[in-house]
Design a binder for this molecule. Structure first.
Ligand code: TMP
Length: 201
């Protein structure tokens, strides 16, 4: 079972995904908790490159997918094969939202890279933690240092949010949209209710 969390900045994904991992582990499920960009040694090194400086738009998309392929090959696929539940903080939907909708990148390139680099590994369920960018960015800024993407403007983050919502509307079988503006307890309860029934969480 491959579960991803998606959403804009300051939606609380990282905190909630840790809590979800602990919840499933306490119920005896083997869990791999991982993130993108990153999640394996090479992909974490690529994350540092991606966050440290601006890139040519196509180079940036290729770097995200290079990191993703490495992550899938070395961490996600082996964990799935071993029967673990894989919980991943961001995946390919983030590249569509940030690099294509946000930065004006090439949608056909995204489609092609999904086909070329993932060997069919794709989330079974995606929980979209949705929050207005004004609220999310304010939370991210109070949290401390902001990364290169967080410092982009409200127009960028509004396009990112709309893209995630459009993806959710286009794939209602895979996505569940959760209002991340609620308190953390309500968000977590909504996440549990949105998991596939096989997880019995
Ligand atoms: P994080 O803050 O959720 O760990 O993610 C790091 C940043 O990387 C975040 O601002 C979103 C951005 N990002 C992309 O632009 N494209 C991607 O494909 C992924 C996975 C993340």
């Amino acid at each position: 079972m491959f579960i991803t969390l998606e959403g804009g900045e300051g939606a609380g994904k990282s905190t909630q995904i840790r809590r979800l991992a602990a919840h499933l582990a306490a119920r005896g499920r083997p869990v791999l908790l991982t993130r993108e960009p990153g999640g394996s040694a090479g992909a974490e090194a690529t994350r540092a490159l991606l966050l440290s400086r601006p890139w040519d738009a196509k180079a940036e998309m290729l770097l995200h997918f290079a990191a993703r392929r490495e992550h899938v090959a070395r961490s996600i696929r082996p964990a799935l094969a071993a029967g673990a539940v894989v919980l991943c903080d961001r995946f390919a939907d983030s590249t569509l939202a940030y690099q294509v909708a946000g930065q004006g990148g090439d949608r056909a390139l995204w489609d092609g890279l999904v086909q070329l680099s993932l060997d069919g590994v794709w989330p079974d369920r995606t929980l979209l933690l949705d929050i207005p960018p004004e609220t999310g960015l304010a939370r991210a800024h109070t949290r401390g240092e902001v990364n290169r993407y967080e410092s982009l403007g409200l127009g960028f983050h509004s396009r990112v949010r709309q893209c995630f919502l459009d993806q959710a509307a286009a794939e209602p079988g895979r996505f569940r949209v959760i209002d991340a503006g609620q308190g953390p307890e309500a968000v977590f309860a909504a996440m549990l209710a949105a998991l596939p029934p096989e997880l019995g969480a």
